[in-house]
Ligand binder design. Structure first.
Ligand code: NAG
Ligand code: NAG
Ligand code: NAG
Ligand code: NAG
Length: 356
């Protein structure tokens, strides 16, 4: 595959990063805003849970992690994920450990259950190998909660924590839009499929609630049809992105936001909030043109092991064919933590949610 450097001359991104650095320096809290922070999701947040699994969906090799303090960790990007950066904003001085490595001393600060290629549906991603579906992530959380109770932690602690969930993209790109491996697109129209996903997700969010979560951040899906991988796979008929993928994802997002509001109504002692990545990424979308990967990619759009990526990573939106660079992740985290427009985070941004 040809090597293309990802050059995106986005002054907006650079400005955000400069602001971000000031922000972190000027606001180092001695104590986190909340006692703990739990993370669920897919490769957007995975920090190494897939490393020991038999799957093509793992990236514990260079150049992944090239800009991360601990180098290669299994994160699907060059540096920090958006979940890492949100943790820094919340005032955690260390990264939240992956479930696969977390010790008893660490779990009371939180655990990261994220798993690349995982979905809301159990079957999603199976053609690539093993992965921890959202149901399994919730079972792992249940066992962590029992360990916490054995350590004499109380339900009141869990109620104060922040819970972030970022999942669903694989239910499209590694399920619905892979008719060569899955029959979901034969069984369901896009509308019906969004309903199937939302029904399952609703049940899963209630399970999280039943395990003590009361401050829950639900990420909507980014427009997967704009990733270099999907554009290469399907072509765009002269449009900037693969429209039918984005249309399908939008049907899901348009149901997820009302679900979040309904859960707020029904569970009156909990606060759910919706992060709108379409709104947050609009700025990046406007400068869409050359969003090609920052690393040299192989056929499956992961970086070629030990290849040398473009040197100025802060000028790329995507690190590989699917995953955002650290600079994009900082952008996402910054606006989910402190919303710039009401549509970024509704009803609360994460900063506000932490203080409630
Ligand atoms: C990162 O780790 C890889 C092996 O996992 C190693 O080859 C490389 O030299 C390391 N880079 C740095 C900067 O430590
Ligand atoms: C869809 O695929 C599953 C297995 O992946 C199979 O059990 C099911 O019968 C299939 N359904 C249809 C309608 O083909
Ligand atoms: C909220 O409560 C109403 C009335 O009990 C119920 O019909 C609805 O299914 C609930 N919604 C969710 C997401 O649980
Ligand atoms: C997300 O934000 C965009 C841009 O502001 C808006 O058009 C869209 O309706 C929002 N989506 C949801 C689900 O609220």
């Amino acid at each position: 595959m040809d090597h293309m450097y990802g050059l995106v001359l986005s002054i907006h991104v650079l400005i955000v990063v400069l602001n971000f650095n000031n922000f972190v320096l000027s606001s180092k809290p001695s104590k986190p805003q909340v006692p703990c922070y739990f993370i669920f999701g897919d490769s957007m947040v995975d920090n190494g849970n897939n490393n020991k699994l038999k799957t093509k969906c793992k990236v514990n090799y260079p150049p992944y992690g090239i800009d991360f303090p601990e180098n290669v960790t299994g994160r699907f990007t060059n540096g920090r994920t958006s979940a890492d950066v949100i943790g820094e904003f919340l005032g955690f001085s260390k990264f939240i450990p992956s479930y696969s490595t977390a010790s008893n001393d660490e779990i009371s600060r939180g655990v990261n259950y994220g798993s690349g290629c995982a979905g809301i549906l159990k079957k999603t991603g199976t053609h690539l190998g093993n992965r921890i579906s959202l149901d399994r992530q919730l079972r792992r959380h249940k066992s962590v909660v029992s360990r916490l109770f054995q350590l004499r932690k109380k339900m009141t602690l869990l109620k104060k924590c922040i819970y972030v969930i970022n999942i669903g993209s694989n239910d499209y790109i590694n399920n619905y839009f892979r008719p060569d491996f899955y029959n979901s697109s034969e069984l369901y129209t896009k509308d019906q499929y969004a309903d199937v996903l939302i029904k399952q997700y609703s049940r899963q969010l209630k399970t999280l609630y039943s395990l003590g979560a009361r401050k829950i951040v639900v990420f909507g899906l980014a427009k997967s049809g704009c990733s270099p991988a999907q554009i290469d796979r399907f072509g765009t008929d002269g449009r900037p992105c693969v429209q039918r993928i984005n249309d399908a994802v939008e049907l899901f997002n348009n149901r997820l936001m009302p679900l979040v509001l309904e859960l707020n109504n029904n569970k009156t002692d909990a606060r759910f909030t919706f992060i709108n990545l379409t709104s947050i990424l609009t700025l990046l979308g406007d400068v869409h043109l050359p969003s090609v990967p920052c690393c040299q990619v192989r056929n499956d759009w992961q970086c070629i092991p030990n290849s040398v990526p473009f040197p100025i990573r802060s000028m790329c939106i995507f690190f590989d064919g699917t995953h955002p660079t650290e600079v994009s992740n900082i952008f996402i985290a910054t606006r989910s933590y402190k919303a710039v427009s009401v549509s970024d985070a509704y009803p609360y941004d994460i900063n506000h949610l932490a203080q409630l």
